[in-house]
Design a binder for this molecule. Structure first.
Ligand SMILES: Cc1cc2nc3c(=O)[nH]c(=O)nc-3n(C[C@H](O)[C@H](O)[C@H](O)COP(=O)(O)OP(=O)(O)OC[C@H]3O[C@@H](n4cnc5c(N)ncnc54)[C@H](O)[C@@H]3O)c2cc1C
Length: 439
C-alpha cells in the first residue's frame, strides 16, 4: 500500500522541520518551494532552510530562553538542530552556522528519503482540495498566496509592516528611577514612567542619532516608512521631536519628588502578569547590540534585560488566536491544514523550527487517529504554542522568552532562570515518558 501523502508549502525552517518529522513518521511528503525562480526580497538563493539574515541561532546557555528552547527541541526530536550543530562556526555561547553548509545538510537529509518529492521553482497560489497540508511560507509569503490565505481565513489582509519595540523584563527596571502612573492620572499601573533630566536626554539623543542601524532590503525601503516611524528616524528630525512625541513629559509628575521631568520614556505592560514591558513608541531599526547600548542609557534601564529587541521588516502572519489550535491546526477545517513557522505568529529561527516540529508531529498523529502530544505550560514550547493560540487583544508575533512562563515567585531572583530551565526540562521529560513519545 502506498504511503499517505502530506503537502508542505515552503521549504524554510518550519517547512523542512515539519517534513522531516512526517517522513520519520512514515508519511510521503511533497514539498513546494518557489525559490530560486521567485525570490522573496530577503532570501538570496534556492537552497532549503536558508537563513535570511543573521547566521546565529542565538544562545545555547541553559539559563536563557533560547538555550532552554533548544534543549526542549532536542528532547522532542528536532532534526534541524543537530544538523545546525554539525555546521556550527565558533560563536562563543551562541549557536551560529555556516549558512550554506546548513542549507545543504537540510536538503540532503530530506532528499535521502525515497518518499520525499521536492518541487522547486513552484509558487503555490491555492490549496489542493482534500489533501493534508502544512503551510509554512514564512514572513515573506508570496503576495498572491497571502491574498488567497486571507480570503480562506476570512481576514482583510495578512501583510503587516512590523515595527516592533523592544520588551524588557520588569525585574530588571531600576524602580528607584521609575514610577507607575498614566498621563494626567489615567491608566493606573499599566504604565511605568522613566524620567530623564536635560543632560541625560541630550546624551541619549546624541547616542541614538549616531547609532548603527540594520541594513534595509530594497523592498523594505520602498514600503516601510509611510506607516510607521522608527524612533531613530524621528530623533533625526530634530533634537526636540521625541519630546513632543513618545517622550513627552506633559501630564506626568513623579509622585516620589512631585517634579516633572525634561523627558519621559513610557513602558507599557506586555502581559497580564506584568513581568514584561514594552517601550512605547520605540519601534526601531537599530542593530540589537546598539539597542542594548543606547536604550540602557535611559537611567532606569541601566541594567535592563531585553527579552525581545525591536525589529522592522515586512511580515506576514495570520490571526492565530482566532484561527489555530494550540498545535497549529486550522480550526473548523475538515481536511487537516496546519500553519507553521513565522506565519503562525512565532518569531525567530528556532521558534519557527519548533512550530514546524510540533505541527508535523500533530499532523502525523491526526492522520494516525492519535491524540495530540500534550506539552507542559512550563516549557517554552508549551507556553509559546499557548500564546499563539490564545493571546487576547492585539496579537503580535512572539519569540522565546521567560516572560511567557508561569512565575516562580518563591525562588530568589538570581536563581530563577536556572529554576525555569530545570522545571521545564523535568516536566517535559516526564510528559514525554508518560506519553511514550518517540523523538
Ligand atoms: C528580513 C528578515 C530578517 C530576519 N532575521 C532574523 C534573524 O536574524 N534571526 C531570527 O531568529 N529570525 C529572523 N527573522 C525571522 C524568522 O525567524 C525568519 O524569517 C525565519 O526564516 C522564519 O522561518 P519560516 O520557516 O517561517 O519562513 P522561511 O524560512 O522564510 O521559509 C518560508 C519559505 O516559503 C517559501 N514561499 C513563500 N511563499 C511561497 C509560495 N506561495 N509557494 C511556495 N513557496 C513559498 C519561501 O521562499 C521560503 O523559502 C527574520 C525575518 C525577516 C523577514
Amino acid at each position: 500500500m502506498s504511503k499517505q501523502k502530506v503537502v508542505v508549502i515552503g521549504g524554510g525552517l518550519a517547512g523542512t522541520e515539519a517534513a522531516l518529522r512526517l517522513l520519520d513518521e512514515g508519511f510521503a511528503v511533497e514539498m513546494f518551494e518557489m525559490r530560486p525562480k521567485r525570490l522573496t526580497g530577503a532570501h538570496e538563493g534556492g537552497g532549503l532552510a536558508e537563513l535570511v539574515c543573521s547566521n546565529s541561532l542565538k544562545s545555547t546557555q541553559p539559563e536563557t530562553a533560547s538555550g532552554l528552547l533548544k534543549e526542549e527541541l532536542d528532547l522532542l526530536g528536532s532534526r534541524l538542530l543537530p544538523l545546525a550543530r554539525e555546521c556550527a562556526v565558533p560563536s562563543g555561547s551562541a549557536l551560529a552556522v555556516d549558512r550554506e553548509q546548513f542549507s545543504l545538510a537540510v536538503e540532503r537529509a530530506l532528499c535521502e528519503h525515497d518518499d520525499f518529492i521536492l518541487h522547486k521553482n513552484e509558487e503555490v497560489t491555492s490549496l489542493e482540495d482534500g489533501v493534508p497540508t502544512i503551510i509554512a511560507t514564512g514572513p515573506l509569503t508570496s503576495p498572491s498566496f497571502a491574498d488567497y490565505l486571507a480570503k480562506l481565513t476570512g481576514q482583510d489582509r495578512l501583510f503587516f509592516y512590523d515595527a516592533i519595540a523592544p520588551i524588557v523584563s520588569f525585574d530588571s527596571v531600576d524602580m528607584d528611577k521609575a514610577y507607575f502612573g498614566g498621563r494626567y492620572g489615567k491608566g493606573g499601573d499599566d504604565y511605568l514612567n522613566l524620567p530623564m533630566n536635560k543632560e541625560e536626554y541630550e546624551a541619549f539623543y546624541d547616542a541614538l542619532v549616531n547609532a548603527e542601524t540594520v541594513h534595509l532590503h530594497n523592498f523594505e525601503k520602498r514600503e516601510l516608512f509611510d506607516g510607521c516611524m522608527p524612533i531613530e528616524i524621528m530623533a533625526k528630525r530634530g533634537s526636540d521631536t521625541m519630546r513632543y512625541g513618545p517622550m513627552r513629559p506633559v501630564g506626568l509628575k513623579n509622585p516620589k519628588t512631585g517634579e516633572s521631568a525634561y523627558a519621559v520614556v513610557q513602558l507599557r505592560k506586555e502581559n497580564v502578569a506584568g513581568d514584561c514591558y514594552n517601550l512605547v513608541g520605540f519601534q526601531t531599526n537599530l542593530t540589537y547590540g546598539e539597542q542594548k547600548r543606547v536604550f540602557s542609557m535611559i537611567p532606569a534601564l541601566h541594567s535592563a534585560e531585553f527579552l525581545r529587541y525591536g525589529t522592522m521588516h515586512r511580515n506576514t502572519y495570520v490571526k492565530s488566536p482566532e484561527l489555530l489550535t494550540d498545535r497549529f491546526r486550522l480550526k473548523n477545517f475538515d481536511t487537516p491544514v496546519y500553519i507553521a513557522g513565522q506565519i503562525s505568529g512565532v518569531e525567530g529561527y528556532v521558534e519557527s523550527m519548533m512550530s514546524g516540529l510540533i505541527a508535523g508531529d500533530a499532523m502525523a498523529r491526526e492522520l494516525k487517529g492519535q491524540s495530540p502530544l500534550s506539552l507542559p505550560r512550563t516549557t517554552i514550547t508549551g507556553a509559546l504554542t499557548e500564546y499563539v493560540s490564545t493571546c487576547a487583544g492585539d496579537f503580535q508575533p512572539m519569540n522565546a522568552n521567560f516572560g511567557l512562563l508561569p512565575e516562580m515567585h518563591t525562588v530568589h531572583k538570581k536563581q530563577r532562570k536556572q529554576a525555569y530551565h530545570d522545571r521545564a526540562i523535568q516536566d517535559l521529560t516526564k510528559s514525554i515518558t508518560q506519553q511514550n513519545y518517540n523523538a
